[in-house]
Design a protein around this ligand. Sequence first.
Ligand code: FA5
Ligand code: MG
Length: 447
Amino acid sequence: MFKTLPLRVLPICHALKRFARFQSTSKSITVDAKSYPSDEWTNIPPFILDLITRKLHKNHNHPIGILHDLIKSEMSGMGYTIYDDFHPIVTKYQNFDSLGFPEDHVGRSKSDTYYFNKNHLLRTHTSAHEQECFINSKTPGYLITADVYRRDEVDRTHYPAFHQMEGARIWPRGDLEQIRKDIEAIPKTNIIVEDPFRDQPVTENNPAQEHMTLEEIKLVSTHLKKTVEYVVNQVFEKARESAKLAGSTEQYLTEPLRVRWVEAYFPWTGPSWEIEVWWKGDWLECCGCGVVQQQVLLNSNLGDDKLSWAFGIGLDRIAMLLFGIPDIRLFWTQDERFHKQFQQGRINTFVPYSKYPGVKRDVSFWLNNDVKLHCNDLMEIVRTHAGDTAESVVLVDEFTHPKTGKQSQCYRINYQSMDRNLTNAEINEVHKKVEKDLVENFKIEIR
Ligand code: FA5
Ligand code: MG
């Protein structure tokens, strides 16, 4: 187990001053008039608090909002209650315990998740709301869209905040005819599906839940997969239509859409899968899903006579493809030159408005044997001081000194703004702060 890190007292930056909704002191963080006392789990930097007010999925003229609206309208009339307004601060119970995450699951660690304190955190996935929706939803299914947060690496396709859409469907047990009818009712697609598990959903790696019959698993998973395939088809067909309308003649536009199913593991579903979409020469992972574990339904007071599936689609990477957006940070820019390009209900290709050069700086150091530095800690220090000008952070060298046994690491940081030129002087200033933070909080020795 890694050592507990000393609590970093978070600086109050301009982000906090701008929004009166937040207040942060070394003792507590207040959000929307609710105060969360800090403890040894607290690890939320101010730039993350700044993001939780943005609600990009509710902006109808933003690529994330346009994609959200598109899926919502394709699923309307199919029996799903829509939820898109859940607060991002949830309890450890909602995010992990209610879903049966094992105590030692890496997702629970401070290196992966943003904690206000030992009981409250920023949801890491929309599944955190499954239980309340299973309890409250009056329809056979529900859809939840929300911003989710994970401590992660820094690059073109990773940002500490992104968006997911959760779907779920439930049936009373014993009425398999109803599930068959519901499968028939899902609109047909021309999609080409590779699925070695359709007729054999249970394998050694992907076990069944003991209380379910094979027939039940087959029917529930077929309904799940056909629903996900339908959503994926509608989204990508819309993108192809738009590309053709815009005059594109690329070959992929005339080939049928291809998807494949692979086995997966989630603590609260079994069996579980992920779907991947073949898009311009690559398989893209879009969605995790599975047959909901009975324990989740029992926790939701639904008793032991229900059958259910759930899925979670990542919206950001799909939106990057649909709108031709080269860098995930662009979703969060406030620059008008980005926002004026997008309108409600339209999928169009982003036209880059600038390409400002990046400036690379290395930070090389000896690690301290007593203080663990997780790469996500380093990523976050860079983001804290550089904000969105941190374009990428890459570990470029690592070795252990043969005599002293000391460990050395070198990270290369690319500082680049999407909106303007950065000066050498300001980058030097930021880079110095990154080094100072590492020295003070992780006791490293700069080489
Ligand atoms: C989940 O988050 C599960 N909650 C999904 C689920 C729901 C499973 C219901 C079973 C039942 P995962 O961590 O794989 O799973 O993320 C789901 C999707 O979110 C991924 O397929 C991907 O499209 C997207 N995603 C995950 N991490 C990132 C990231 N760092 N940046 C952008 N998108 C991401
Ligand atoms: Mg995954």
